[in-house]
Design a protein around this ligand. Structure first.
Ligand SMILES: [Zn+2]
Length: 230
């Protein structure tokens, strides 16, 4: 409990916590996913081979018989799943290509895309957290295809994550893509590391939000929440 770290809270305030507290309490250390400088030196094929080998070693250590027909291909399956599915959002090459359209209808009210289902994984325990993301924005002249909002959520969810960072990464990327400050992102998620282990609370969910631009006004937040609750 000697080292300290700066922790960015949901309201963007920064406070100090002991390093030991961070993982246990599901706090996080910054907006960017902490990546090594040489994260993409190894090819995806090499990474899959290495993960398969190392995951097999974990299975072996916990005592499983890797010659059993049911288990023998599990290391390979896990490696493929990590690289191609649940952690594919670590690689910027997998970022969805986004095209914008002119706001032909001059629609200048908030647009809300709600109940975007996502699956992510807690970076502290490597077990899933899953829930719904709700996104709202006001066009500054361009609009985005609705399915692209969904794809941006999926891209950032497919990383070892912390819910607060997921929320902020989606919001900040959308601000840049849509060239507007008027963005809101709300995420309501259930964490398996809370429900299936640890305190074993099966009913609690965690809500995080990012409001900027007009979404800092309480009447706009109320209007948005009204749409989400409909
Ligand atoms: Zn966790």
């Amino acid at each position: 409990m000697t080292k300290e770290a700066l922790v960015l809270s949901n309201d963007n305030s920064i406070s100090e916590f002991s390093i030991d507290d961070i993982g246990d309490d599901h706090m996080f250390t910054g907006l960017e996913t902490p990546m090594k400088a040489d994260a993409f030196v190894m090819s995806d094929i090499e990474k899959k081979e290495k993960i398969s080998d190392l995951f097999g070693q974990i299975m072996d250590v916990i005592g499983l018989d890797l010659t059993d027909d049911s288990l023998k291909d599990t290391p390979k399956r896990v490696a493929k799943m990590y690289m191609e599915e649940i952690f594919s959002g670590l690689n910027p090459n997998n970022k969805p290509k986004i095209s914008l359209f002119e706001n032909k209808y001059q629609y200048n009210q908030m647009l809300v895309e709600k109940d975007i289902t996502f699956y992510s994984n807690c970076e502290h325990h490597f077990v899933p957290f899953t829930g719904k993301a709700h996104i709202a924005y006001v066009s500054s002249g361009k609009v985005i295809g609705l399915s692209k909002l969904n794809r941006i959520v999926q891209y950032y969810a497919k990383r070892p994550q912390v819910q607060e960072r997921l929320t902020n990464q989606i919001a900040i990327d959308l601000k840049a893509i849509l060239n507007t400050e008027d963005i809101a992102v709300i995420i309501d998620a259930k964490h398996l590391c809370v429900s299936s282990r640890g305190v074993k609370d099966d009913s609690s969910t965690t809500v995080t939000s990012y409001y900027s631009g007009i979404f800092k006004e309480s009447n706009k937040i109320a209007e948005l929440q009204n749409y989400i609750n409909q």
